[in-house]
Design a protein. Structure first.
Length: 160
């Protein structure tokens, strides 16, 4: 590639795959390096979280995308039975290690013991962690430890 102009290169005719690479000129290091396409293009992927607070299988749709140093994870639990007053799920990538940093936000629709909640639920992620905690309200509300427990959440956080 060193003896070719960019205009002479063959153009990629399809969307790059997540394991494709782009060439990057690192001007600080005066070096040519590579970066995976998924980190620049935000190519969505699936992951399988590990859950606590449910009995048996938790079913749903679990997708994430990384854009630069930001991870956006979408959790949509469609079937699950509570067995605890707490609820956690593992995320695909750990959060950045920033002392005292906490990422949090409101959940979408939540169901607690079979009833659709009338107040917003909340998610919270500590620094240097891949475990997100869910609460049944905007405080640290506990879940009922039986019945159907469902939630939807879009979790946006910084990664290392």
């Amino acid at each position: 590639m060193a003896d070719k102009k960019i205009s002479e290169l063959t153009e990629l005719s399809a969307t790059p795959a997540s394991d494709d690479y782009f060439v990057v000129l690192d001007t600080d290091a005066s070096a040519t390096k590579k970066i995976q396409a998924k980190y620049l293009l935000g190519i969505p992927a699936a992951w399988t979280p590990t859950f606590t607070g449910w009995t048996g299988s938790v079913l749903g749709i679990f997708r994430y995308v990384v854009i630069g140093k930001t991870c956006i994870a979408r959790i949509t639990i469609t079937s699950g039975t509570s067995n605890a007053t707490t609820a956690t799920a593992t995320l695909p990538i750990a959060s950045a290690n920033i002392p005292n940093q906490v990422w949090d936000g409101a959940c979408g629709r939540t169901v607690n013991s079979g009833s659709i909640a009338t107040v917003a639920g909340r998610w919270e992620l500590a620094a240097n962690s891949d475990i997100v905690n869910f609460y049944s309200d905007m405080g640290t509300g506990a879940w009922t430890n039986s019945g159907t427990k469902l939630m939807r959440a879009t979790i946006i956080y910084e990664i290392a």
